[in-house]
Design a protein. Sequence first.
Length: 628
Amino acid sequence: MSEILKEVLKHISTKSDISYTGFEGANIVLYTKNTDFFLDNGGVIKKIVDDIKKRVELRPDPSVCMEMEKAEEEIKKLIPSEAGVGEITFDPQRSMVIIEAEKPGLAIGKSGEVLKEIKQKTFWVPLVKRKPAIRSKLIENIRKVLYENNDYRRKFLDNIGKRIYDGWIRDKKHEWVRVTVLGAGRQVGRSCFLLQTPESRILLDCGIDVAGTNSNAYPFLDAPEFKIEELDAIILTHSHLDHCGLVPYLYKMGYKGPLYCTLPTRDISALLSLDMISVSQKEANKSIYSSADIREMVKHTVTLDYEEVADITPDIRLTFYNAGHTLGSAMAHLHIGNGLHNLLYCGDMNFEVSNLLGSAVTRFPRLETFMIESTYGGKDDTPPSRKECEDELVKKIKETIEKKGKVLMPVLGVGRSQEIMLILEKSIRSKVLPNIPIYVQGMVWDVTAIHTTYPDFFNNTVKKAIFHKDQNPFLSKVFKHVGSQKEMQEVLEGGPCVILATSGMMVAGASIEYFKALAENSKNSLILTCYQGPGSLGRRLESGEKVIKFSEKETINVKMEVNTIHGFSGHSSRTQLMNFVKRLDPKPKKGIIIHGESSKCLDLASSIHKQLRIETSAPKNLESIRIR
Ligand code: ZN
């Protein structure tokens, strides 16, 4: 048995009848057959927590839990009906019951009263979750994968704990910390970094360059430093494919360790990876991994909340902080070697409050080195303000509606589309825009459903509206889901409206179909808000092409108005990047500039060095930097 578990048991009398002691990742769990001790441990557990500074959870042994059917009846009796209880799911191996409720506060009760009663009556540990406002098939599937693999996960999480607490295999005397750039060095796309200490090997993100060709789309996993069998953990900052796209492939190649991310990142990454497979199937390309590999990824995910501290190896402690970039996006703070060094990997981040999310965090307990993106880090990257862009968008929509036309907005599934939905909802509610329907096509709707599952990740304004005023902007009647071909036809035959459809660059998906149907009518308009890659249909329209030939028989004469509005990006502008670094508290000693075209990386690196007196570098792919 692990030393730390022996230490824990020393505090507990044998009368407590502890039947099992083990780990759930970095947390310690105890199971007891003594129901009195389960209900009231007399402060014993708190004392242990104070002593060893780790999370310790006490649960009833499964043998003493009430029969599930009876417990469900009991739970339904105890929770007031106004709480709107939905599904009740039992996790018998962990003696836990997950209760979905429309109003979690009422299900929990004042200072947890209702939960206490459930415990007393049923000897189950209740956990209340908010019932998603829009059902998501994907989230249901993910939960199913997790429940079906309960047995496996119990052993898997126990092994993570053993590695964390008993690991420390390598030499402690020679301490160093080193980062190797496997992707996103002086480029946007394929983010991937290897963090090494004498004890640990951690991968920070593992993405695909979506615009890249086969030979340069993937990170340098053939670098001599990287050995998949030595990898301790993967940390995933957010769900965009250029950060998460290759993670399932690592599981295909035999990695069986943990993937750390937030809940929304887990779900949206799975959705986007599945979508990537189906897109390549449609284009008759072979995908490099299958849905079975995505299932393996989900099976090995360990989710953390923002600001929840977790040991992930013997010498590395991870904390996620809000990055403001997309739902659930995080900056990873790594406390290394018991205070030897503190590294902040920012991932993609936005240092401003958007309609949807709060701004990236700048205060940390300790900080020596930061790694920051420079997508818009060049001197000239000063886009118009969000307010100016919003006004422009509303003005263009208004003009089209007045002409009795339709507005087509090709969007990315994640992030910007929800940001735009909030702007449109706000404008219609405040009567700046007339009450027209907003049609939300396919994938955008699926991702929006995931958004409504995790309202805790929104900014304070949206949270307040949902929690205190019962106003969820995503549930507004102005949004209409378009799922079938028939519904799409009805949209095209109907009156003035706004249509949100993927893909953002109009390279695939419904946005092309809508375009073909709407382009030849001058009353309609197209509004592009995403980056348009060279060669994409979006870029061709943006640069003024008026005749688009799809095939020998199909030529479209573009008569609709084409507009581009930049500035809804989830990334920081140059000024925001500089302000973010300036505000970092405590002031770091070293900055590593990544995730930007070469000139932008170098430009930002030199400005931070000159203006803020911080040592900086802009490494290329395959370069390693010793940060301590
Ligand atoms: Zn991103």
